[in-house]
Ligand binder design. Structure first.
Ligand code: GRF
Length: 209
């Protein structure tokens, strides 16, 4: 059974969706860089081990990442799921977990990498918006996309309403992709990413209009 760790910094609604999905892998631990993250309570309520590793207590990014890396090894983790983890990871850490670490980003990548995606979508006047689950590579929000969920931006949408609407989609596709990795539907191999044993040429699309 695949052992999963979820890295969080905040509310952890995606963590909750992953817990509720009863994945065929086991969530063995949750790491937060913030002691006040509500995600920690969610984990504890479900009997999942937690670790608080405060980035502020380490002299640099690498030192912080080394402690996280060791914790992941101690838990015997096979898959790292970033779920609202608000720290940029060092190249060394990303390399160590390449092909074993996924993230969810609130935009239709490659559009709107980085922060404040909902407001930027509104500023541009885009008609479509959504979220993307992708493998994590050294370049921010640039690893291979595995799944995307799309929604139509409404005239009355604000950054907050878009955030809420995108969240609903996140809770749908993140557990789905996690399960696909747990049950081998998606595999990261030397030949690239495979979906049902064949090269995955594009992200699986989910639409909701
Ligand atoms: C989500 O919007 C996700 O796309 C982004 O961080 C947010 C996490 O929300 N990476 P939550 O903590 O899972 O509620």
């Amino acid at each position: 059974m695949i052992k999963i760790a979820v890295l969080v910094s905040g509310s952890g609604s995606n963590l909750q969706a992953l817990i509720d999905a009863n994945l065929s892998g086991a969530i063995v631990g949750v790491i937060s860089n913030k002691p006040e993250a509500y995600a920690l309570e969610r984990a504890q309520k479900s009997g999942i081990a937690t670790a608080v590793i405060e980035h502020k207590q380490y002299p640099n990014r690498e030192a912080f990442d080394d402690v996280m890396h060791q914790q992941l090894l101690d838990w015997g983790v096979d898959l790292v799921i970033l779920a609202g983890f608000m720290r940029i990871l060092s190249a060394k850490f990303v390399q160590a977990w390449e092909g074993k670490m996924i993230n969810i980003h609130p935009s239709l990548l490659p559009n709107y990498k980085g922060m404040h995606t909902h407001q930027r979508v509104l500023n541009t006047g885009d008609v479509m918006h959504g979220c993307t689950v992708h493998y994590v590579t050294a370049e921010l929000d640039a690893g291979q996309a595995l799944a995307q969920a799309v929604l139509k931006v409404n005239l009355h949408d604000t950054a907050d309403s878009l955030a809420n609407r995108v969240h609903v989609l996140e809770h749908l596709i993140y557990p789905q992709v996690a399960e696909w990795i747990c049950n081998g539907t998606i595999q990261h191999t030397q030949r690239g990413v495979l979906y049902r044993g064949k090269p995955m040429l594009e992200a699986i699309q989910f639409c909701k209009f």
